[in-house]
Design a protein around this ligand. Structure first.
Ligand code: CP
Length: 312
Protein backbone atom coordinates (compact mmCIF):
# COMPACT_ATOMS: atom_id res chain seq x y z
CA UNK A 1 0.00 0.00 0.00
CA UNK A 2 1.22 3.53 -0.86
CA UNK A 3 0.48 6.54 1.33
CA UNK A 4 -1.11 9.05 -1.01
CA UNK A 5 -2.29 11.89 1.24
CA UNK A 6 -0.62 15.25 0.55
CA UNK A 7 -1.61 16.73 3.93
CA UNK A 8 -2.32 15.56 7.48
CA UNK A 9 -5.12 17.90 8.54
CA UNK A 10 -7.38 15.83 10.79
CA UNK A 11 -8.21 12.26 11.74
CA UNK A 12 -11.57 12.30 9.92
CA UNK A 13 -9.79 12.29 6.56
CA UNK A 14 -7.63 9.24 7.38
CA UNK A 15 -8.91 5.72 6.67
CA UNK A 16 -8.24 3.03 9.31
CA UNK A 17 -5.68 1.37 7.00
CA UNK A 18 -3.87 4.72 6.61
CA UNK A 19 -3.81 5.14 10.41
CA UNK A 20 -2.38 1.61 10.74
CA UNK A 21 0.25 2.42 8.11
CA UNK A 22 1.29 5.58 9.98
CA UNK A 23 1.54 3.66 13.28
CA UNK A 24 3.52 0.81 11.68
CA UNK A 25 5.93 3.34 10.15
CA UNK A 26 6.29 5.12 13.51
CA UNK A 27 7.24 1.88 15.33
CA UNK A 28 10.02 1.46 12.78
CA UNK A 29 11.19 5.06 13.32
CA UNK A 30 11.34 4.69 17.10
CA UNK A 31 14.50 2.60 16.95
CA UNK A 32 16.42 5.44 15.27
CA UNK A 33 16.04 7.60 18.39
CA UNK A 34 17.56 4.80 20.49
CA UNK A 35 20.81 4.63 18.47
CA UNK A 36 24.06 6.26 19.57
CA UNK A 37 23.92 8.37 16.38
CA UNK A 38 20.28 9.40 16.15
CA UNK A 39 20.20 10.40 12.49
CA UNK A 40 19.45 8.84 9.10
CA UNK A 41 19.75 10.49 5.67
CA UNK A 42 16.18 9.68 4.58
CA UNK A 43 14.97 13.29 4.05
CA UNK A 44 18.29 14.90 3.15
CA UNK A 45 17.62 17.91 0.90
CA UNK A 46 14.02 18.34 2.08
CA UNK A 47 12.92 21.57 3.77
CA UNK A 48 10.41 21.66 6.61
CA UNK A 49 8.95 24.92 7.97
CA UNK A 50 7.58 24.93 11.51
CA UNK A 51 5.11 27.80 11.85
CA UNK A 52 3.71 27.93 15.37
CA UNK A 53 1.33 30.78 16.17
CA UNK A 54 0.55 29.41 19.64
CA UNK A 55 2.88 28.29 22.44
CA UNK A 56 4.09 24.68 22.37
CA UNK A 57 6.70 22.58 24.12
CA UNK A 58 6.06 18.96 23.08
CA UNK A 59 4.64 19.35 19.57
CA UNK A 60 7.10 21.92 18.27
CA UNK A 61 10.20 20.32 19.72
CA UNK A 62 9.21 16.84 18.60
CA UNK A 63 8.44 17.97 15.02
CA UNK A 64 11.82 19.75 15.00
CA UNK A 65 13.61 16.72 16.45
CA UNK A 66 11.83 14.45 13.96
CA UNK A 67 12.96 16.60 11.01
CA UNK A 68 16.57 16.65 12.23
CA UNK A 69 16.68 12.90 12.88
CA UNK A 70 15.66 12.37 9.24
CA UNK A 71 18.30 14.92 8.06
CA UNK A 72 15.73 17.41 6.72
CA UNK A 73 16.44 21.13 7.07
CA UNK A 74 13.93 22.55 9.57
CA UNK A 75 13.21 26.27 9.79
CA UNK A 76 11.11 27.81 12.49
CA UNK A 77 9.01 30.96 12.73
CA UNK A 78 6.57 32.07 15.40
CA UNK A 79 3.81 34.65 15.35
CA UNK A 80 5.88 37.24 17.22
CA UNK A 81 8.90 36.81 14.93
CA UNK A 82 6.88 36.86 11.69
CA UNK A 83 5.30 39.70 9.68
CA UNK A 84 1.87 38.56 10.92
CA UNK A 85 2.44 41.16 13.67
CA UNK A 86 2.71 43.81 10.90
CA UNK A 87 -0.68 42.85 9.50
CA UNK A 88 0.21 40.20 6.90
CA UNK A 89 -2.57 37.64 6.47
CA UNK A 90 -2.15 33.92 7.03
CA UNK A 91 -2.73 33.24 3.32
CA UNK A 92 -0.13 35.82 2.22
CA UNK A 93 2.31 34.40 4.76
CA UNK A 94 1.69 30.88 3.43
CA UNK A 95 2.18 32.04 -0.19
CA UNK A 96 5.50 33.67 0.80
CA UNK A 97 6.62 30.48 2.54
CA UNK A 98 5.60 28.57 -0.61
CA UNK A 99 7.78 30.90 -2.71
CA UNK A 100 10.80 29.49 -0.85
CA UNK A 101 9.79 26.00 -2.00
CA UNK A 102 9.52 24.05 1.26
CA UNK A 103 8.42 20.40 1.16
CA UNK A 104 6.35 20.47 4.35
CA UNK A 105 4.72 23.24 6.39
CA UNK A 106 3.76 22.37 9.98
CA UNK A 107 1.19 24.85 11.27
CA UNK A 108 -0.17 25.49 14.75
CA UNK A 109 -2.80 28.21 14.77
CA UNK A 110 -5.47 29.50 17.21
CA UNK A 111 -8.22 29.40 14.53
CA UNK A 112 -10.05 26.18 13.64
CA UNK A 113 -9.62 25.45 9.94
CA UNK A 114 -6.35 27.40 9.49
CA UNK A 115 -4.37 24.37 8.29
CA UNK A 116 -7.12 23.43 5.81
CA UNK A 117 -7.10 26.99 4.50
CA UNK A 118 -3.41 27.04 3.63
CA UNK A 119 -3.30 23.39 2.45
CA UNK A 120 -5.56 24.38 -0.47
CA UNK A 121 -3.16 27.14 -1.51
CA UNK A 122 0.32 25.63 -1.30
CA UNK A 123 2.05 22.77 -3.12
CA UNK A 124 3.91 21.78 0.07
CA UNK A 125 2.42 19.17 2.35
CA UNK A 126 0.68 20.76 5.34
CA UNK A 127 0.63 19.06 8.73
CA UNK A 128 -1.84 20.46 11.25
CA UNK A 129 -0.08 20.80 14.61
CA UNK A 130 -3.30 21.98 16.29
CA UNK A 131 -5.94 24.42 14.99
CA UNK A 132 -8.17 26.12 17.55
CA UNK A 133 -10.51 23.60 19.17
CA UNK A 134 -10.80 21.58 15.95
CA UNK A 135 -8.05 18.99 15.55
CA UNK A 136 -4.62 17.83 16.69
CA UNK A 137 -4.08 14.79 14.47
CA UNK A 138 -0.43 14.08 15.28
CA UNK A 139 -1.30 14.01 19.00
CA UNK A 140 -4.14 11.53 18.42
CA UNK A 141 -1.86 9.37 16.25
CA UNK A 142 0.87 9.28 18.91
CA UNK A 143 -1.79 8.45 21.50
CA UNK A 144 -2.99 5.55 19.33
CA UNK A 145 0.63 4.48 18.81
CA UNK A 146 1.22 4.44 22.58
CA UNK A 147 -1.95 2.44 23.29
CA UNK A 148 -1.31 -0.12 20.52
CA UNK A 149 2.30 -0.51 21.64
CA UNK A 150 1.30 -1.12 25.26
CA UNK A 151 -1.89 -3.15 24.77
CA UNK A 152 -1.12 -4.83 21.44
CA UNK A 153 -4.41 -3.58 20.01
CA UNK A 154 -6.91 -0.72 20.05
CA UNK A 155 -10.08 -2.56 19.03
CA UNK A 156 -12.40 -3.42 21.92
CA UNK A 157 -10.60 -1.34 24.57
CA UNK A 158 -12.52 0.97 26.90
CA UNK A 159 -10.96 4.43 26.54
CA UNK A 160 -12.11 7.07 29.04
CA UNK A 161 -11.42 10.70 28.18
CA UNK A 162 -12.04 13.10 31.06
CA UNK A 163 -11.74 16.88 31.27
CA UNK A 164 -12.35 19.98 29.20
CA UNK A 165 -13.77 18.24 26.13
CA UNK A 166 -15.38 21.44 24.82
CA UNK A 167 -12.11 23.30 24.25
CA UNK A 168 -9.90 20.32 23.44
CA UNK A 169 -8.75 19.63 19.88
CA UNK A 170 -6.98 16.57 21.33
CA UNK A 171 -10.30 15.22 22.62
CA UNK A 172 -11.97 15.57 19.22
CA UNK A 173 -9.08 13.91 17.37
CA UNK A 174 -8.72 11.16 20.00
CA UNK A 175 -12.45 10.36 20.04
CA UNK A 176 -12.51 10.18 16.24
CA UNK A 177 -9.32 8.14 15.99
CA UNK A 178 -9.92 5.63 18.74
CA UNK A 179 -13.53 5.00 17.70
CA UNK A 180 -12.43 4.61 14.05
CA UNK A 181 -9.98 1.93 15.20
CA UNK A 182 -12.72 0.03 17.09
CA UNK A 183 -12.32 1.20 20.70
CA UNK A 184 -15.25 2.06 22.96
CA UNK A 185 -14.75 5.71 23.87
CA UNK A 186 -16.41 7.25 26.95
CA UNK A 187 -16.13 10.89 27.99
CA UNK A 188 -16.84 12.76 31.20
CA UNK A 189 -16.77 16.48 32.07
CA UNK A 190 -18.92 19.12 33.74
CA UNK A 191 -21.97 19.83 31.57
CA UNK A 192 -20.47 23.22 30.65
CA UNK A 193 -17.50 21.45 29.05
CA UNK A 194 -19.38 18.95 26.89
CA UNK A 195 -20.17 20.33 23.43
CA UNK A 196 -23.50 19.62 21.76
CA UNK A 197 -23.40 16.66 19.38
CA UNK A 198 -20.01 15.32 20.54
CA UNK A 199 -21.51 11.79 20.54
CA UNK A 200 -21.60 12.00 16.73
CA UNK A 201 -17.80 11.66 16.73
CA UNK A 202 -18.20 8.17 18.22
CA UNK A 203 -18.30 8.40 22.02
CA UNK A 204 -20.69 7.87 24.93
CA UNK A 205 -21.17 10.53 27.62
CA UNK A 206 -20.77 9.05 31.12
CA UNK A 207 -23.00 10.46 33.89
CA UNK A 208 -20.09 10.75 36.36
CA UNK A 209 -16.36 10.13 36.61
CA UNK A 210 -16.74 6.85 38.51
CA UNK A 211 -18.90 5.31 35.76
CA UNK A 212 -16.47 6.60 33.17
CA UNK A 213 -13.44 5.06 34.87
CA UNK A 214 -15.04 1.74 35.88
CA UNK A 215 -13.41 -1.06 33.87
CA UNK A 216 -11.34 1.35 31.76
CA UNK A 217 -8.28 0.08 29.89
CA UNK A 218 -7.05 3.60 29.18
CA UNK A 219 -7.75 6.85 31.05
CA UNK A 220 -6.89 10.03 29.16
CA UNK A 221 -6.99 13.14 31.35
CA UNK A 222 -7.30 16.62 29.81
CA UNK A 223 -6.28 20.05 31.05
CA UNK A 224 -8.83 22.81 31.59
CA UNK A 225 -8.05 25.21 28.74
CA UNK A 226 -8.60 28.52 30.52
CA UNK A 227 -7.02 30.37 27.58
CA UNK A 228 -9.95 29.28 25.37
CA UNK A 229 -12.77 29.71 27.92
CA UNK A 230 -14.63 33.03 27.61
CA UNK A 231 -16.51 32.54 30.87
CA UNK A 232 -15.57 30.59 33.97
CA UNK A 233 -17.16 27.16 33.46
CA UNK A 234 -16.63 25.73 36.96
CA UNK A 235 -16.68 27.23 40.48
CA UNK A 236 -13.13 26.53 41.75
CA UNK A 237 -10.15 24.35 40.84
CA UNK A 238 -10.51 22.64 44.24
CA UNK A 239 -14.10 21.65 43.48
CA UNK A 240 -13.14 20.57 39.96
CA UNK A 241 -10.40 18.33 41.38
CA UNK A 242 -12.87 16.80 43.85
CA UNK A 243 -15.49 16.04 41.19
CA UNK A 244 -13.44 15.39 38.04
CA UNK A 245 -9.82 14.87 39.12
CA UNK A 246 -8.03 11.53 38.78
CA UNK A 247 -6.61 10.31 42.08
CA UNK A 248 -5.47 6.91 43.33
CA UNK A 249 -8.89 5.99 44.81
CA UNK A 250 -10.61 6.59 41.48
CA UNK A 251 -7.86 4.81 39.57
CA UNK A 252 -8.71 1.65 41.55
CA UNK A 253 -12.08 1.50 39.71
CA UNK A 254 -10.31 0.89 36.40
CA UNK A 255 -8.84 -2.41 35.16
CA UNK A 256 -5.76 -3.59 37.08
CA UNK A 257 -3.56 -3.02 34.03
CA UNK A 258 -5.04 0.40 33.23
CA UNK A 259 -2.77 2.97 31.67
CA UNK A 260 -3.03 6.70 32.37
CA UNK A 261 -2.32 9.22 29.63
CA UNK A 262 -2.31 13.00 29.27
CA UNK A 263 -1.37 15.03 26.19
CA UNK A 264 0.25 17.69 28.37
CA UNK A 265 0.77 20.22 29.69
CA UNK A 266 -0.60 18.89 33.01
CA UNK A 267 -2.06 20.94 35.81
CA UNK A 268 -1.01 18.78 38.75
CA UNK A 269 -3.54 18.70 41.57
CA UNK A 270 -6.36 19.84 39.26
CA UNK A 271 -7.23 17.17 36.65
CA UNK A 272 -4.62 14.68 37.90
CA UNK A 273 -2.87 14.09 41.22
CA UNK A 274 0.92 13.86 41.28
CA UNK A 275 0.57 10.41 42.84
CA UNK A 276 -1.17 9.17 39.67
CA UNK A 277 0.84 11.24 37.17
CA UNK A 278 4.12 9.82 38.50
CA UNK A 279 2.83 6.28 39.12
CA UNK A 280 3.73 3.06 37.29
CA UNK A 281 0.38 3.35 35.47
CA UNK A 282 1.38 6.60 33.77
CA UNK A 283 2.59 6.60 30.16
CA UNK A 284 2.64 10.39 29.94
CA UNK A 285 6.36 10.66 29.13
CA UNK A 286 6.20 7.63 26.80
CA UNK A 287 3.63 9.65 24.80
CA UNK A 288 6.28 12.35 24.39
CA UNK A 289 8.92 9.82 23.31
CA UNK A 290 6.49 8.32 20.79
CA UNK A 291 5.65 11.82 19.54
CA UNK A 292 9.09 12.08 17.92
CA UNK A 293 8.80 8.70 16.15
CA UNK A 294 5.23 9.41 15.04
CA UNK A 295 6.20 12.79 13.57
CA UNK A 296 9.20 11.21 11.83
CA UNK A 297 6.70 8.78 10.26
CA UNK A 298 4.46 11.64 9.10
CA UNK A 299 7.38 13.48 7.47
CA UNK A 300 8.59 10.27 5.83
CA UNK A 301 5.16 9.40 4.46
CA UNK A 302 4.25 12.82 3.05
CA UNK A 303 7.72 13.94 1.89
CA UNK A 304 9.84 10.86 1.43
CA UNK A 305 8.92 7.22 1.20
CA UNK A 306 5.21 7.54 0.68
CA UNK A 307 3.89 9.87 -2.02
CA UNK A 308 7.35 10.41 -3.54
CA UNK A 309 8.51 6.79 -3.56
CA UNK A 310 8.41 6.44 -7.36
CA UNK A 311 10.46 9.58 -7.95
CA UNK A 312 13.15 8.74 -5.37
N1 CP B 1 0.25 18.08 23.60
C1 CP B 1 0.61 19.30 23.14
O1 CP B 1 0.12 19.76 22.10
O2 CP B 1 1.55 19.94 23.92
P1 CP B 1 2.23 21.34 23.51
O3 CP B 1 1.15 22.40 23.54
O4 CP B 1 3.31 21.56 24.53
O5 CP B 1 2.76 21.18 22.12
Amino acid sequence: MRFTKKDILDIESLEPNEISMILDTAYGMKEISERAVKKVPTLRGKTIVLFFQEPSTRTKLSFDTAAKRLSADSLSISKSSSSIVKGETLIDTAKNLEAMNPDVIVLRHPSSGAAHLIAKRVRASVINAGDGIHAHPSQALLDMMTVREKKGKIKGLKISIIGDIAHSRVARSDITGFSKMGAHVFICAPGTMIPMGIENLGCTISPNIETCIEGADIIMMLRIQKERQGNILFPTEREYAMLYGLNKARLNLAKKDVIVMHPGPMNRGVEISSEVADSEYSLILEQVTNGVALRMALFYLVAGGGRHADSD
